[in-house]
Design a protein around this ligand. Structure first.
Ligand code: GLA
Length: 587
C-alpha cells in the first residue's frame, strides 16, 4: 500500500518526490496478446508509467451492455502494467477525443435529441454515472492506495477547448469520488489561457497538452497552475493521419530536444503516443472543421514504438534522453524490427453485398430515410431501397449524406455521394425506373468539436425531383458474424480482371506459425478486411496508408481465412509484404 499525492512542488509517492515519465498506450488499439510486450518496451525506453484512456463506446456498443473481456479487459491490462513494475494513469473521459469514433461517447446515448453532450444535463449524466459505476470494480481496487498501479485519474479531456460548464466538471468529480476514486484528479488543456481556465475547476490539478516549445508552454501552464508539479499530459511526438492526406512524421531530433527541454525544466510527462496501435474495425474517428476528414486505420502516430511494436529511431533517441532523468532506468533493450513473412494468395469466392444483404440485417419500412441510430446500429454500413418511376430527367436529393453513399438502380451503379465533397444530389439516368439502392458507409464519427454525437446514415428528407421519395426499406448491417457471407459465396469468375464491388470476396492462406503481417492494399479500391473473423480495418486507394497491420494474435498456424468487402473494384490477388507502407509524407 502506498500513498500518492500532489505536493507543493512535486508528485509525492510515500512522501518522496516522483517524476512521472509516462507513455500513452491504448489497450483498445493493441491486441491483448501484445499488451505485455508493449508495456515492457515502455519500461525499457526509460518510462515508469503507462497512461491509457478508457473508450466507453468500445465497452458499451449497445445500451445496457458492458464488455470487459478479451481486448477490453482493462483490469488485465492494468495488472500487466503493475506486473512490469510500472504505475498507471487512467483517463476514463467520459469524452476522450483520441481520434476514436465519437470521441469515445456511445452513439446510442444521443438517440434522443434532448440528451446533452459534455454538459450538466440529467440524461447524459445518468448514463455517465452508470458507465463509471461499471468501471468501479476495475479501477477502484487497482489504485495505489489499495496496492494497485493507478496514481492519477483525469477528469474529461481538453474540456476548455469545447465547453464552459463548471457544474458539469464538478458533477464528474463527485461521480468519480462517489464510485471510490481516491487518487488525485487532473485535467488537461491546450496551453491557452482561456482553455486552461475553462477546462478545470479548483481542486483539480491542471496539466497541459503540447508537442513543441516546451519552456514557453510550461510557463503558460505555471500561470494557471501556480503550485505543484508541472506536467505535460500529452507530449505530442507525432500526429494522426486522414484519408487523402499525407502521413505525418515529426523530426526525431526536434522531438527529442523538446522532450529534453521539458524534463530539464523539472516537469513530468506523458508521451502521446508511446505506442499508437491500430484503429481496428470501425473504431476510427474523424475531424470536421468544414470538411469531413475521417482518420485512417493505422494509429502508428510516428510514435517511438511503431504500429507493430518495433522500436524506431525516435525510440532510441527518447531512450537516451529519458535515461538521464530516470534513476531506475533499465539496461535491457528490445530487439530491432525484422521483416514480416511475404505471402501471396487469391480471393476465390465472391458474393455481392446486395445478394447477402437480407441475411446481414433486419429490414424495416420507413416513410423517409431513417438514420443508422434509428436502425439500431451505430457503426459500419446501412442499406436503403425504394422504388422510383420518373419520366425524363431525375434528380435524387438527401438532406445530408453521412458519410458515403453508393447509389445503384436495378443493380447498375449510378453514382457516389460523398460527405467530404458535400454531395447531396445525384442526377439519375433519364426515365429512371426500378429499385433504387443505396449502400451507406459511416466512415467514422467526428471526435472533436461540436459535431460529436451527430446522427449517421442518410439524413432526411429524401426527394426525387423535389417530391418526397419513399417508402424505404432499410437495414443496418451486422458485420460482426460473416457466416452468411461464407455460406453464400461461390467461385469467382476467373476471367474478370478485377472483382467488381460492392462485393464480399473470400480467400485462404497458410502459415507455419502466427506472425505479424502487413497486407498490401494498393490493388484494391475501398473497403474493409476480416482475417479469421477479426476486423483488421478499412483500406482506401486514396491513401496515405497502403498496408494494413495484421497482429499475430489474429492469425493461426495452418489455414487462415481472409474476407474482403470491396466497395469499388479490386484485384483478386492478395499480397502480404515484409514492411509497412503508411504512405507519402509532406517533405
Ligand atoms: C488532443 C486530445 C487527444 C488527441 C490529440 C491529438 O490532445 O486530448 O485525445 O486527440 O489531441 O492526437
Amino acid at each position: 500500500m502506498s500513498e500518492f499525492r500532489i505536493g507543493d512542488d512535486d508528485f509525492l509517492l510515500d512522501g518522496k518526490p516522483l517524476r512521472i515519465l509516462a507513455g500513452a498506450l491504448h489497450y483498445f488499439r493493441v491486441h491483448p496478446d501484445q499488451w505485455r510486450d508493449r508495456i515492457r518496451k515502455a519500461r525499457q525506453m526509460g518510462l515508469n508509467t503507462i497512461e491509457t484512456y478508457v473508450a466507453w463506446n468500445a465497452h458499451a456498443p449497445r445500451p445496457g451492455e458492458f464488455d470487459l473481456t478479451g481486448g477490453l479487459d482493462l483490469g488485465r491490462f492494468l495488472d500487466e502494467v503493475a506486473a512490469e513494475g510500472m504505475h498507471a494513469i487512467v483517463r476514463p473521459g467520459p469524452y476522450i477525443c483520441a481520434e476514436w469514433t465519437n470521441g469515445g461517447l456511445p452513439a446510442w446515448l444521443f438517440a434522443a435529441e434532448s440528451v446533452g453532450v459534455r454538459r450538466d444535463e440529467p440524461q447524459y449524466l445518468a448514463a455517465v454515472e452508470d458507465y463509471l459505476r461499471r468501471l468501479a470494480p476495475v479501477l477502484v481496487p487497482r489504485q495505489i492506495d489499495r496496492g494497485g498501479p493507478i496514481i492519477l485519474v483525469q477528469i474529461e479531456n481538453e474540456y476548455g477547448a469545447y465547453g464552459s460548464d463548471p457544474v458539469y466538471l464538478e458533477k464528474l468529480v463527485d461521480l468519480n469520488r462517489a464510485i471510490g476514486i481516491t487518487v488525485p484528479l487532473t485535467t488537461v488543456d491546450q496551453p491557452e489561457p482561456a482553455m486552461l481556465d475553462g477546462g478545470s475547476i479548483p481542486g483539480l490539478h491542471k496539466t497541459a497538452s503540447f508537442g513543441s516549445r516546451s519552456i514557453e508552454r510550461l510557463a503558460t501552464l505555471r500561470e494557471h497552475q501556480p503550485t505543484g508539479p508541472l506536467m505535460c499530459s500529452e507530449f505530442w511526438d507525432g500526429w494522426f493521419d486522414h484519408w487523402g492526406a499525407h502521413h505525418h512524421t515529426t523530426s526525431v531530433a526536434d522531438s527529442a530536444k523538446d522532450l529534453d527541454d521539458l524534463l530539464a525544466a523539472g516537469a513530468s510527462v506523458n508521451i502521446y503516443m508511446f505506442h499508437g496501435g491500430t484503429n481496428f474495425g470501425f473504431t476510427n474517428g474523424a475531424n470536421d472543421k468544414g470538411v469531413y476528414q475521417p482518420i485512417v486505420t493505422s494509429y502508428d502516430y510516428d510514435a517511438p514504438l511503431d504500429e507493430a511494436g518495433n522500436p524506431t529511431a525516435k525510440y532510441w533517441a527518447f531512450r537516451e534522453v529519458l535515461r538521464r532523468y530516470n534513476p531506475d532506468a533499465v539496461e535491457e533493450t528490445p530487439a530491432e524490427a525484422s521483416a514480416a513473412p511475404a505471402l501471396r494468395t487469391r480471393l476465390t469466392r465472391t458474393v455481392s453485398l446486395s445478394a447477402v444483404a437480407d441475411a446481414l440485417g433486419d429490414w424495416s419500412t420507413h416513410d423517409d430515410v431513417p438514420t443508422m441510430e434509428a436502425l439500431g446500429r451505430y457503426e459500419g454500413f446501412a442499406m436503403y431501397r425504394t422504388e422510383v418511376d420518373a419520366t425524363g430527367p431525375a434528380v435524387l436529393e438527401f438532406g445530408e449524406v453521412r458519410d458515403r453513399a453508393l447509389v445503384s438502380l436495378d443493380g447498375r451503379p449510378v453514382g457516389v455521394l460523398a460527405r467530404d465533397h458535400h454531395d447531396r444530389t445525384l442526377g439519375l439516368p433519364a426515365d429512371a425506373r426500378g429499385t433504387l439502392e443505396v449502400v451507406l458507409e459511416d466512415q467514422g464519427r467526428v471526435n472533436y468539436g461540436p459535431r460529436i454525437g451527430e446522427p449517421k446514415g442518410l439524413i432526411a428528407p429524401a426527394s426525387l425531383n423535389g417530391h418526397p421519395l419513399g417508402p424505404w426499406r432499410a437495414a443496418a448491417l451486422d458485420l460482426t458474424d460473416l457466416t452468411p457471407v461464407r455460406d453464400a459465396a461461390s467461385p469467382a469468375d476467373p476471367a474478370l480482371p478485377a472483382i467488381p464491388g460492392p462485393t464480399f470476396a473470400v480467400g485462404a492462406f497458410e502459415l507455419d506459425e502466427p506472425a505479424d503481417l502487413y497486407l498490401a492494399t494498393r490493388a484494391w479500391g475501398k473497403g474493409s478486411v476480416w482475417i479469421n473473423g477479426f476486423h483488421i480495418g478499412r483500406y482506401w486507394s486514396r491513401g496515405p496508408q497502403h498496408t494494413l497491420y495484421v497482429p499475430a494474435g489474429a492469425l493461426r498456424a495452418g489455414t487462415n481465412e481472409i474476407i474482403v468487402l470491396e466497395l469499388q473494384s479490386g484485384s483478386a490477388d492478395v499480397e502480404f509484404v515484409p514492411w509497412p507502407d503508411l504512405g507519402h509524407t509532406d517533405f
